[in-house]
Structure formats: C-alpha cells, structure tokens
Ligand binder design. Structure first.
Ligand SMILES: [Zn+2]
Length: 286
C-alpha cells in the first residue's frame, strides 16, 4: 500500500471517534515491530522518527528501506517527523520522503509559533505533506527517565487561542496540552478532561496527545472518547523492550547470542504496540 499522509490516515478519526497510534522508531527493529503490529491488527499506523533520532542512522541508507517497507505493507502507514524544531529539519524530512511533519514551536511566543508553522505549512502543502503543530506546551523529556517530569498547568492549551491558531496556520492536526508529559511522570498524571471537551467542540481538526506513556487503559479510552485522534507512544514500549532484554539475559544466565536479545526486545515492543492499537480503538480506513 502506498504511503499515506497524516491528513488521510486521520480523515475518519474525528467523525468516528477513534485514535490512530503513532509510535517512534530509532532503528530498523522498531520499524518492523511497529508495522508488523499494525499488519497483524489490520489497521493503519503512524510511524514516527523524532528529530532527535535522525542522527542515529545513516538517512541516505535508512530512509529508502523505511519507504520500501511501507510500500510493501498491506496497511496504510503515514511516515511522520516527530518534534521537528526548525523549518530546515522539516524540509529535510520532506526531502527524505516523509508524508507528514510536526513543527514544534510550542516553547515560542504565540506569534513566533504561528509564523514558523505557517512557513512550514506553505512548503509542506505544496509537496502534499501534512503538518502537525503544538499549542500550549507538553513538558518533560524522553531522556529524563530516572526522575520523571511534573505537569505545568500554566502551559495548557487555551481553546480560543487554539481556534485562532488553526485559522492562522492552516495546520492539519494539533497537539494539545491537557496534562500529559513526555517520558515518565512524577506521581500520577491528572488529565483535564473538561478542557479536552472544550477543545474538541471548538475545533474540527484531528487532535493529538503527546506523552502517552504512563496513562492507564481507562485514561486512554477516555481521552479517545473525548476527542483525541492521534496518540504518540514511545517510552512505554522502549522501556518494556529493555526489560525483556534484561529478562532474557537473566533467564539464560548471560549465555545467549545478540540476536536472541533483539528478538526478545522486539517481540515485547510489538506486543505493546498491538495492545495500544486495541485500546486506542483504531479502525481500518473505509
Ligand atoms: Zn511529543
């Protein structure tokens, strides 16, 4: 199946009230685990590479493999740049064949965020590529695994501002801040469902939830029921894969091959992606 854009893959998600899972890969193994999980569940999936991971691979060799893998898949796959921080990196991603980019200007003042997103949207739309932006700011970081992060309520998305932002930028999907953080949480997450309801009724484009790891299954079902259409998920599957590798080493008392570790880690990652897809209620495109 050909590569699809974020706009296409989320085209029915708002009306039918489901979310499509968006999973980050940093190397070949996770690409396979994510796409295979979607194939086994027979649903669309969003494969993401975050800007921070682009330096881990040789893009000239890696990207043709990713694009070919997507074309060979029977399920629709969108290839999305996660957390692009500059116009330049978004253009680079478009050049490498991504069908969707996120331009994250969420730490900038409102007017600067709008100007940056508009500039990316103009170029991306000319190339048939979708754009996701973020308004309000989802804090934390995938790197902060030991201490975790706390939620800053002052950076939550404001509905009136979000309406203006979408009109001004013509963006295809909007990441909102309603109480999640990236990476792991200090304490339990407290989501503002009232705010999410307001955002959903004020906006008709797909809404995105970042910082999916650490929410309960009930939380996920509730955010989807309240109008989230794309859920970014990475830390949970990454940590679970590491735990599976550790377990494999312990079980065999260190007497095993490298590929045994890779197989154990990726099997766990695939299992988790399948589980999340189920919880997100992802449906095949009609
Ligand atoms: Zn994020």
């Amino acid at each position: 199946m050909p590569l699809v854009t974020l706009k296409e893959i989320l085209s029915e998600a708002v009306a039918k009230k489901y979310a499509v899972g968006a999973f980050d890969a940093a190397e070949h193994g996770f690409v396979e685990a994510i796409i295979k999980a979607a194939e086994e569940k027979e649903v669309p999936v969003i494969l993401m590479l975050t800007e921070g991971f682009l330096g881990l691979v040789d893009l000239d060799n890696f990207m043709p493999y990713v694009l070919d893998r997507i074309r060979r898949s029977p399920v629709p796959v969108a290839l999305h740049l996660d957390h692009g921080t500059s116009f330049e990196v978004c253009v680079k991603a478009i050049h490498y064949g991504f069908s969707s980019v996120m331009i994250d200007g969420s730490t900038l003042p409102y007017a600067e965020n709008v100007a940056l997103v508009k500039k990316v949207v103009e170029v991306a739309h000319l190339c048939g590529v979708s754009v996701e932006a973020e308004l309000g700011h989802v804090g934390g970081g995938e790197g902060d695994l030991r201490t975790g992060s706390v939620v800053d309520k002052s950076s939550f998305t404001r509905p009136e501002e979000a309406v203006r932002f979408v009109q001004e930028t013509n963006v295809d999907a909007l990441a909102v801040a309603i109480g999640t953080v990236h990476g792991v949480y200090q304490g339990a997450p407290e989501l503002d469902f009232e705010l999410l309801k307001e955002l959903r009724s004020a906006l008709d484009l797909p809404l995105v939830l970042h910082g999916g790891t650490g929410l309960t299954e009930q939380d996920y079902r509730k955010v989807v029921a309240h109008g989230i259409n794309k859920i970014n998920y990475f830390t949970g599957m990454s940590l679970a894969a590491v735990a599976a590798v550790k377990q494999a080493i312990e079980d065999r008392e260190g007497y095993l091959h490298y590929h045994d570790l890779v197989i154990a880690g990726l099997a766990k990652a695939k299992e988790l992606v399948k589980k999340q897809i189920e919880v997100f209620g992802t449906q095949p495109l009609g």
